[in-house]
Design a protein around this ligand. Structure first.
Ligand SMILES: [Zn+2]
Length: 676
């Protein structure tokens, strides 16, 4: 599509320009979602969207219900109105195995179909919704509810990236109802949980529940953040005076291959087969391939491909007779518990892990599963050598759900949680459901802790990986994190596999962290119950380790969001002489804690976007970004035309290059510091 001739500034827009801009965005949506062949970069797309929003801000009366700007979210609804489904949304009968599938097939044959042709669709583990379009524009999106009546969730549905707000047809049909499933792709789900973990928030249990929660948010921006996707499965209604698609509508596979794409819907894979053996073969293939699919599948949906037969067969009170859901076997199995091993984490918590005779669960070999804590072992009534049922659910991490006492060997001993630390032999202390080693010299705990300290969630010492830090600790080059800042080149060079270049890089990235903000340090030193979020709250109230160490229990619990548990662990941590000693040593070894003067220094950078690239020496990446935010600016991770400044450290890569291509102003670290 040639770029439309439109004014560069929102102020100069006329209604016709606005309509053209919407068309242009629709064109690019189609290229991106349906043809997988985008013509413009994400940044250019964002620019168009920004222009659209600017125009709409100037002319609120122009805003159309199909404006792509509604995809961005931000609409808030107090409650959900009821929506009556027309026709009702049916559910499907289940077949749990191939024998039950055969029974379904036999009923169709007996009823007179000599050779049924089947259309096979994925059965998503998501939420069914109904989308109603009038004159081509999405007017209502609703949940399935009880099948007769659902809830109006239009504001959230609009934010789902691949749901068209307007059908891509000239002279669209008068009315159309499309039904399908809202899901979160597994890769998107992983990204969501990585973000949760980084922010110290609770992880989402599985994609389905997360999607369900997102669809019922009052604020559509929340739904937008959950990266939902939609896949249609049926056209429940089509009122078109032009009688288009009459031929295609007679076969389910042509609805999928022709009608859905013509309307602007992305479809999942599907399969057509002319006999029941073909269904069985495809089912077996999909069970094997399940682990490679990008979304959670429950099974397959088998439908008569000839939709003109659907009416002939009709439905029972709750389900159609011409379709069935063929479920996949659960991703669970029974295997033998070889032994229980124990891992000491960075805070000293000892976690039991079941080592299992390897078993194939839904295409993935599983040989270990976390047992979480002592109570869980008790709940399972686990005995040595037990056979156990293991499941892999949406959250990917395998879990032992039960033991099988009927298969237990006579005289098998109960699994007893350790009383002493497996690493240092210290007596373990109970804390809620956990047992902890409280010996601050515990080797395994210290090693795990040092690995955390240098990681992205800790101080982010880039070139010092977890293997090297473990080696440094095992060789007694360092005893704790403070020692990291006293490492000399010779200390590193004694290791096999260490070279001049790597050693220099490691020393450089350690030096780059000699200035650290207080909340960053608080997170990195690993105070129990103090993650990134709590650390920043504490840093708002106390400006140094000394003042925090002196805080009374009342002072701490008076802070909003700081509970008695967190307050107690802060006090206990500072009371431990090892911890306070390490902090002192850290300062002695040349680490400087930057004062928190972050609460909006000025508006000097208001409206400006900064991108940092390469290794900075005076600031950590986070600190540099915080400096920008404190002056009203924005920090972004990718360079686009919207970027105002790119600050380039050493070893800067493609971002610096892109900046110069786009003509974005490039700053050295020194120039940036001067601006501050
Ligand atoms: Zn220990």
């Amino acid at each position: 599509m040639a770029k439309t001739k439109k004014p560069a500034k929102a102020e100069s827009f006329k209604p016709g320009d606005y309509a053209q801009l919407i068309d242009e965005l629709y064109f690019h949506n189609r290229k991106y979602y349906l043809e997988d062949d985008p013509e413009i970069s994400d940044a250019e797309y964002d620019d168009l969207m920004r222009l659209l929003k600017a125009v709409e801000a100037l002319h609120p009366d122009w805003v159309r219900p199909d404006s792509p700007s509604l995809k961005v979210g931000g609409e808030v609804r107090e409650d959900f109105a009821e929506v009556k489904h027309d026709p009702p949304m049916m559910s499907l009968d289940n077949a749990m195995n191939v024998a039950e599938l055969r029974a379904f097939h036999d009923r169709l044959v007996k009823a007179g179909l000599k050779k049924p042709v089947y259309h096979i669709e994925p059965k998503f583990d998501g939420l069914a919704i109904d989308l109603v379009y009038e004159d081509g524009v999405l007017v209502v999106g609703s949940t399935r509810g009880d099948g007769e009546t659902g809830e109006d969730i239009t504001h959230n549905v609009r934010t789902v990236a691949n749901i068209p707000l307007r059908l891509m047809l000239e002279k669209p049909p008068k009315k159309l109802s499309v039904r399908g499933e809202v899901i979160i792709k597994l890769t998107d789900f992983q990204k969501l949980n990585e973000k949760q973990a980084k922010e110290g928030k609770k992880l989402f249990a599985n994609p389905r529940n997360t999607a369900a929660g997102a669809l019922r948010q009052q604020d559509s921006a929340e739904a937008k953040n959950k990266m939902l996707s939609f896949f249609p499965y049926t056209l429940a209604k089509l009122e078109d005076s032009k009688k288009r698609f009459a031929k295609e509508m007679r076969q389910q596979d042509t609805i999928w291959s022709s009608v859905f794409p013509a309307l602007g819907f992305q479809t999942s894979t599907y399969h057509r087969t002319t006999d029941i053996e073909g269904v069985e073969k495809y089912y077996e293939e999909m069970i094997t391939n399940r682990a490679n699919v990008e979304y959670d599948l429950d099974g397959l949906v088998i439908k008569l491909n000839d939709t003109t037969e659907w009416e002939n067969f009709g439905a029972t009170t709750k389900a159609p007779r011409w379709a069935i859901a063929l479920k996949f076997p659960a991703r669970s199995g029974i295997t033998k518990l070889e032994q229980v091993v124990y891992q000491v984490g960075r805070t000293g918590v000892v976690t039991p892990v079941a080592e299992l005779t390897p078993i194939n669960l839904g295409g993935v070999m599983v040989s270990r599963a976390s047992l979480h804590n002592a109570d869980e072992i008790e709940r399972l009534d686990l005995h040595e050598g037990d056979y156990v049922e293991v499941v892999r659910s949406g959250d990917v991490i395998p879990k032992v759900v039960s033991a099988k006492p009927e298969k237990r060997a006579k005289g098998a001993r109960k699994v007893k949680f350790l009383k002493k630390c497996p690493s240092c032999g210290n007596a373990l202390e109970r804390e809620d459901v956990f047992f902890r080693c409280v010996n601050s010299a515990c080797p395994e705990m210290n090693e795990a802790f040092l690995q955390f300290f240098v990681s992205k969630n800790g101080l982010d010492i880039e070139s010092l990986g977890s293997e090297w830090v473990a080696k440094l600790y095992q060789k007694k080059v360092i005893a704790d994190y403070a020692d990291l800042f006293a490492i000399k080149k010779d200390d590193l060079m004694q290791f096999e596999g260490m070279g001049e270049i790597l050693a220099a890089k490691i020393l450089q990235s350690i030096d780059a962290r000699r200035k650290v903000t207080f909340p960053r340090l608080l997170t990195a030193v690993g105070i129990p119950n103090v993650g990134e979020h709590v650390a920043s709250i504490l840093a708002e109230h106390f400006d140094s380790p000394e003042s925090l160490a002196k805080a009374s229990l009342e002072e701490l619990t008076n802070i909003h969001e700081i509970g008695p548990g967190t307050a107690a662990s802060v006090q206990a941590w500072f009371a431990d002489k090892t911890n306070s000693g390490r902090l002192k040593k850290l300062i002695k070894n040349g680490v400087e804690i930057l004062r928190e003067e972050r609460k909006r220094v000025s508006d000097a950078f208001a409206g400006k976007t900064f991108v940092f690239t390469g290794t900075l020496t005076r600031f950590s990446r986070d600190d540099a970004e915080a400096e920008v935010k404190a002056r009203g600016g924005r920090a972004s991770s990718s360079v686009s035309k919207k970027t105002d400044f790119v600050v380039v450290g050493s070893d800067a890569g493609s971002k610096a290059q892109k900046a110069s291509e786009l003509g974005v102003k490039i700053l050295s670290e020194a120039e940036f510091a001067a601006m501050l």
